[in-house]
Each structure stands twice: as structure tokens, then as C-alpha cells.
Design a protein around this ligand. Structure first.
Ligand code: CO
Length: 139
């Protein structure tokens, strides 16, 4: 079952260049930064009333975030829903005809398991499902 919006992913060219907006202009506190090698991104997290903003900076030209920025510029990249059953959620979406980017969950930031649904199947919104692994810690 989907429990909440976990985070919004925002593609940026540079986290360092983006931090003044979120920290100084908006007054949000950065909870942490992390490199996610599997996605070829660096991330920085902010908490906004229980929903996190996740800034995503590409670490390689073949990063999905680099491709997104090249095609569409910086901006909102994905919406992530937290679920207590990521495999069941993927099976349900697939059964209902949604194209999956990840047929099985992969390791995301903060030890979460994540899987993406293809934006061509979700009316243009790249949609992430994420789950805290047993023993893992939530942001
Ligand atoms: Co995400």
C-alpha cells in the first residue's frame, strides 16, 4: 500500500550552486548529502513537513539526470511514493499495464529500495516507488 509522498526529486546542474536557494532563501535545513553510485548522482536532502526534497546532481554524462537536464533543463524530475510492499506495488502496476523502468527494486539513497515507473505510462511524471529496507533507516 502507498503510505505517503516520500520525496520529490529535483534535477540540478550543481548541488553547491542550488543550496543557497533552499538553505538561505527558503530557510530549509539540509539533512544530508550522499552519492548514489548506482544512479550516478549526488543527492542532498531537505525535510519539508515530512516530505523530502531530493536535489539530484549528475556525476557522469551518462547519468539519467544528465540526460534529463540536457533534454529538459533543471527542474522537477520525479515524484516518489513510499510503500510498505514495493514488490507487490510493482506487480500491481505491471498487471495494470504500466511500463516499468525497474522490474525489480534497486538500491537507492539511504539504504532504501527503489523502482521507477516509466513516464510514458504515467502521464509524463517519472514515478518512483520506494521502501525502507528491513533494518534500513529512513531519512
Ligand atoms: Co528519488
Amino acid at each position: 500500500m502507498i503510505q505517503s509522498i516520500d520525496h520529490l526529486g529535483i534535477a540540478v546542474r550543481s548541488i553547491d550552486a542550488s543550496l543557497p536557494l533552499y538553505e538561505s532563501a527558503l530557510g530549509l535545513r539540509c539533512l544530508g548529502r550522499e552519492e548514489v553510485a548506482s544512479q550516478r548522482v549526488k543527492t542532498a536532502f531537505f525535510d519539508v513537513g515530512g516530505v523530502h526534497l531530493e536535489l539530484l546532481e549528475p556525476t557522469s554524462p551518462d547519468s539519467p539526470i544528465a540526460k534529463f537536464i540536457a533534454e529538459r533543463g533543471e527542474g522537477l524530475h520525479h515524484v516518489a511514493f513510499r510503500t510498505d510492499d514495493i514488490k507487490g506495488q510493482l506487480e500491481q502496476a505491471s498487471y495494470r499495464g504500466v511500463r516499468l523502468i525497474n522490474a525489480a527494486p534497486v538500491e537507492g539513497a539511504a539504504g532504501k529500495l527503489v523502482a521507477f515507473l516509466h513516464p510514458k505510462s504515467t502521464h509524463g511524471v517519472l514515478t518512483e516507488l520506494c521502501a525502507v529496507r528491513p533494518g534500513g533507516s529512513a531519512h
